[in-house]
Write a protein that binds this ligand. Sequence first.
Ligand code: AMP
Ligand code: GLY
Length: 426
Amino acid sequence: MRVLVVGSGGREHALCWALAASPLFDEVICAPGNDGIAREAECVPVPVHDLDGLVDLARRRAVDLVVVGPEAPLVAGLVDRLEAAGIPALGPTAAAARLEGSKAFAKEICRRAGIPTAEARVFRAAEAEAARAWIRRHGAPVVVKADGLAAGKGVVVAETVAEALEALEAAFGGAFGEAGRTVLVEEYLAGEEASLFAVTDGTTVRELGTAQDHKRAFDGDRGPNTGGMGAYSPTPVLDADRTAEAMARIVEPAVRALAEAGTPYRGILYAGLMLTEAGPRLLEFNVRFGDPEAQVVLPRLMSDFGEIALAAAEGGLAHVGVRFGPEHALTVVLASRGYPGDHPKGTEIRGLERLEGREGVLVFHAATRREGDRWLAVGGRVLDVTGLGATLEEACRRAYEAVDLLDWPEGFCRRDIGWRALGRTS
Ligand code: AMP
Ligand code: GLY
């Protein structure tokens, strides 16, 4: 069988790697992919926003399954179009993808399903005065969120009322385009954050691993927010009991509520949780795998990811088990200096060949290009170096030893990935 993976980052490299290892699939295609992914998959240059081009590619190549990595094509309706063309896909329809595409919609599902989450109020631009009054009454800390997709930049955790009001003006003023014309103002939750992944065919829901990531650019959780600078799996803060509680109170009710609404959810569901003193609370749903969380969750999976993905896409997940091995995984993201701001393009990364075949090390490419035998960095987040080990300490040591073999003066990484679980102060 043939599978098409949509996307071009480290997450998609991990997806291609897991699917290439599946006995079900003898061909893996990636659109558009990158030159690192080209080792695992045939890369075809169709961009993720070209929905017609992607459906056409899936048809022409008679693929048996499409696995969609990023959220934007899901929210734009790629899976609806694939379904219309009779092609199974791992990922929700546009209606179900609103769980990530609209934070107001996600809150409404939480309300209907009784899912524990932060108290929130939704305001449209015309209601700016009411929003300001609410913020003044509520006081700080308070969280201001753009409703729509804002590439991870639409959330401000405001320490003061003035900061919250400023965030509100920015969103209503168009800083996030249409995504910010509607704003959520919500209660601040204190606790530790963790991510819980699940996969569902709309009826059966299976846990698909836990992880913690590091969103800030620099050591000590300082600097601007990024897409994620590193992650590890499993996370000790989501032990079996807490995971079961979060599955039963947060993930499963959401899947049921979407089915009851006539918009069943199929695909990978990512619950961003705050572990508060009163128990797990939902921060946000994402309708996809995390990046770089997929790079630590998938390598720990013992079951065949191809079988899981196909069963979730076609129905029948009830007959497929999801098992993880005992290993720990930790990934370090290497980014171009300047990321998440302006950064150079086309700088050379030396030493990648030294990482090949190293025990307990996997390298996923997020934004590289090959020119002859040179590897060039062509994006913000460029490489993900995953270490695997019997303990998190071992996974961490292997990842950083591998990172230290690379010679890339124009790149940087955090040196403290895993600090919480490793019991270190950052
Ligand atoms: P989101 O995109 O909604 O997950 O928000 C991005 C980040 O903002 C989260 O990972 C949290 O660190 C923080 N955050 C979001 N909502 C809250 C909240 N209600 N209380 C505290 N921090 C939050
Ligand atoms: N690493 C966070 C995310 O994928 O949303």
